[in-house]
Design a protein. Structure first.
Length: 301
């Protein structure tokens, strides 16, 4: 573990922050998927400290990304607020479980194993999903937007429930979106996102985004923005629970890079073809997870 930060390490952390800040708003995640394994593998931090420190960085990731997405008018605030209500209890519970695992002080780093296995599972599922979607679309690259609806604003399609509604609107760039959001039972799974995010230092976006896009029905561009907004308000509760384990000096330098790239990148997401980014991102997740498992097994490559 770093006793103090040397100048070289400071620049390395700023560089890492630039990468994390660019990737996180792109996929609606907190960035811990990259931050945690790199802090463990490159800087030699204990996993419990790395996951807690990642939560500190996520505050700046989600704040910068959310502000940028507000300007781009891509956040579905109704869905986001309902997600936050369910995610906050999960964040608190996940923080306490992580502290409990740390207190066990066993020789095997169970938190590192849980992190790696969780990431391998999620990454494998997402890669399979990407391949299937690619095959089903016949190689096409459909737009992020689902154009539809006969009016702007919101039209409720369930007389007795406000958990199903239709939206039709355009973002700041003029991209048209139209979709029907069905929030039950998907929003309840936000608890799991908060739990996993707090325990493993991820923020929860790796669970929020698939729920928002797959179960609830938000287009990818709206799902990633809404996930970032959810993380902004759910993550601070995990930070409070794990505050004592956070390396705030490292958070400071990582956040410099994060704020720069997380503020700029969302402005250009409408130009990016997501298929290659997604494939590369989840491939990187698999690589990092395998390296963590090998490290626990005492295999150094």
């Amino acid at each position: 573990m770093l006793a103090h930060l040397e100048l070289l390490h400071s620049f390395e952390l700023i560089g890492l922050g630039l990468v994390v800040g660019a990737i996180s708003p792109t996929f609606g995640i907190g960035g811990g998927l990259l931050t945690v394994p790199l802090l463990v593998l490159i800087f030699g931090m204990p996993t419990s400290t790395a996951t807690a420190t990642s939560l500190g960085v996520i505050i700046f990731v989600s704040l910068s990304g959310s502000l940028a997405y507000v300007r781009e008018r891509r956040i579905d605030f109704r869905v986001g607020l309902l997600f936050i209500i369910c995610a906050v209890p999960g964040s608190v519970a996940g923080g306490f479980v992580s502290n409990w695992l740390k207190s066990l002080n066993v020789r095997i780093d169970w938190l590192q194993i849980i992190f790696a296995v969780t990431m391998l599972t999620i990454a494998a599922m997402r890669i399979v999903s990407i391949v299937r979607n690619r095959q089903n679309s016949g190689g096409a690259n459909p737009s992020d937007a689902e154009v539809g609806g006969e009016e702007n604003g919101r039209t409720f399609v369930a007389a007795r429930s406000r958990l199903v509604y239709r939206r039709s609107f355009s973002d700041r760039r003029g991209v048209q979106f139209g979709y029907t959001a069905r929030m039950f039972p998907g929003m309840l799974i936000a608890f799991a996102g908060g739990f996993v995010g707090a325990m493993l230092g991820l923020g929860g976006g790796v669970i929020y985004v698939p729920i928002l896009s797959g179960l609830i029905g938000l287009p990818a561009g709206i799902a990633t923005a809404t996930s970032t907004f959810t993380i902004l308000f759910a993550n601070p509760f995990a930070v409070l629970v794990r505050f004592a384990s956070i390396r705030w000096d490292i958070v400071l330098f990582l956040s410099i890079g994060v704020v720069i790239s997380a503020t700029i990148v969302p402005r250009f997401l409408h130009r990016i073809q997501a298929k290659w980014l997604l494939a590369g991102f989840w491939t990187l997740a698999v690589f990092a997870s395998v390296r963590l498992l090998l490290k626990v097994a005492g295999v150094n490559l």
